[in-house]
Write a protein of this length. Structure first.
Length: 209
């Protein structure tokens, strides 16, 4: 299947014509392949496919990868291994489009708990009161004073929990928080990982069915 970008960034930057053109092309690809369900690992894709594509005729069941894993865990269809994060406390950064836009907070936390055996350490601003990493607001593409960048502020908030891992469920957040860790020269002490990467680094999972 010749999969295209969903076009979300074009819309957020104000190019509605490009967004709708990309949307129609991708809907034609999906419908041509008789797609009914889309599994994504990006909250921007999740929000766009779930909430914006229906107005253009793109009606699909949209599931984030963390939700799928949580469901499989709840149904006892898989068991995650727990041998890769000893001595590495985890904090979780809520992405805007997964959390505040779509009210999904528990799935990634349940997956983290299944991987590590412990719930993540919560930042002061988390869940509904969480803070954007800066990328969703377009600041990824803006030249700013290095000491006043939003991602550095959010990284500081994460570091206050004294983590060994800052976990996320968004590639945009991964870039921003990862850059924050590099800026503070903490790459040898703190990892920035996608929740799905945590499963992979923990040597995957065992199928129970």
């Amino acid at each position: 299947m010749d999969e295209l970008c969903n076009g979300e960034t074009a819309r957020r930057l104000g190019n509605e014509y490009l967004y709708q053109s990309m949307t129609q092309m991708l809907i034609e690809v999906f419908n041509g392949a008789n797609v009914k369900k889309i599994i994504v690992n990006c909250p921007h894709c999740f929000n766009t496919f779930r909430n914006e594509y229906p107005q253009f005729g793109g009606n699909y069941e949209v599931v984030h990868a963390a939700e799928l894993v949580q469901q499989l865990l709840a149904e006892n269809k898989i068991a995650l291994k727990r041998d890769g994060f000893e001595g590495k406390p985890v904090t979780y950064h809520d992405s805007c489009y997964y959390g505040r836009f779509n009210n999904v907070y528990d799935s990634p936390r349940e997956v983290i708990k299944a991987v590590t055996g412990e719930p993540p350490r919560e930042m002061e601003r988390h869940g509904r009161t969480g803070m954007c990493c800066g990328a969703g607001g377009g600041r990824m593409w803006i030249e700013e004073d290095p000491d006043k960048r939003v991602n550095l502020l959010r990284t500081d908030q994460a570091l206050e929990t004294n983590p060994g891992v800052i976990a996320m469920s968004c590639p945009f957040c991964m870039t921003m928080i990862g850059d924050g860790i590099k800026h503070k020269d903490l790459e040898d002490k703190v990892l920035a990982l996608d929740v799905m990467e945590m499963i992979e680094r923990n040597r995957g999972c065992d199928a129970l069915i």
